[in-house]
Design a protein around this ligand. Sequence first.
Ligand SMILES: C[S@@+](CC[C@H](N)C(=O)[O-])C[C@H]1O[C@@H](n2cnc3c(N)ncnc32)[C@H](O)[C@@H]1O
Length: 256
Amino acid sequence: MTMLSHEVASAWIARWDVQQEGYVPDREERFTALIDALEAATGRPDPLVLDLGCGPGSLAGRILDRLPRATVVAVDADPLLLSLGRAVHAGRPGLTFAELDLREPGWAARLRLDRQADAAVSTTALHWLSGARLRVAYAELARVLRPRGLFLNGDNLAVDDQAPGLAALDLALRERERERRFAGGRPEGWDQWWDAIAADPDLAGLRARDETTGHHGSESELLSTHVEALREAGFAETGTLWQRGDNRLLAALLAA
Ligand SMILES: C[S@@+](CC[C@H](N)C(=O)[O-])C[C@H]1O[C@@H](n2cnc3c(N)ncnc32)[C@H](O)[C@@H]1O
């Protein structure tokens, strides 16, 4: 089996971060706001945090940089992205990666947590799930979070069809920010990144991207879909903590 070096994996993750910023120019600012909220809400230096759809662990690593006593369980279905994360964070205390598909009921129990989680986070990932699967996933999450546990979802989530004028303004803000940020040209896109990594001989032998989790469009991109599913799952308070256009940090607190 191919042994992925720290150096090779960290170069690919750096390139991943640039690629993701092409879609989310405020990504770092959103990570910062998310970790601020995590720190404020959990009220302990050693929270147990789940990262849903973690990719190669960009957010998980940033959480541990700021909260070194935290435990982060980072979940994703993509074996290649998990291999990059594992290679870069090998031996890092407090971080484990779990290969699980959030569409499959039972994923939360399969984590075999030894205590209730204080919080769960996610960035640019859960819009991949259909509304029906999102409801099941949030209900599962509610069962492994502690009472008043926090969920933070950083994603582009649009206002619903009742506010088309505001939805158009949200998109205008996103586009203007991109134009300002990438006046010299946009970074490489999602497909280019995947094509490039597939051609890297250093990764030969690693399993290629699992097409079943490939991005086939945004299934749950409405804010209302998430808010309703969270309420149904038992989250008592929901609201946006940070926002620029439709790029937002949706927060939800579980009932007591
Ligand atoms: C755009 S990436 C974002 C990754 C990471 N959160 C970040 O901000 O860099 C979306 C991630 O969601 C993961 N994902 C999509 N569908 C999934 C599913 N059903 N179960 C687990 N992970 C999933 C993908 O594999 C991918 O890593």
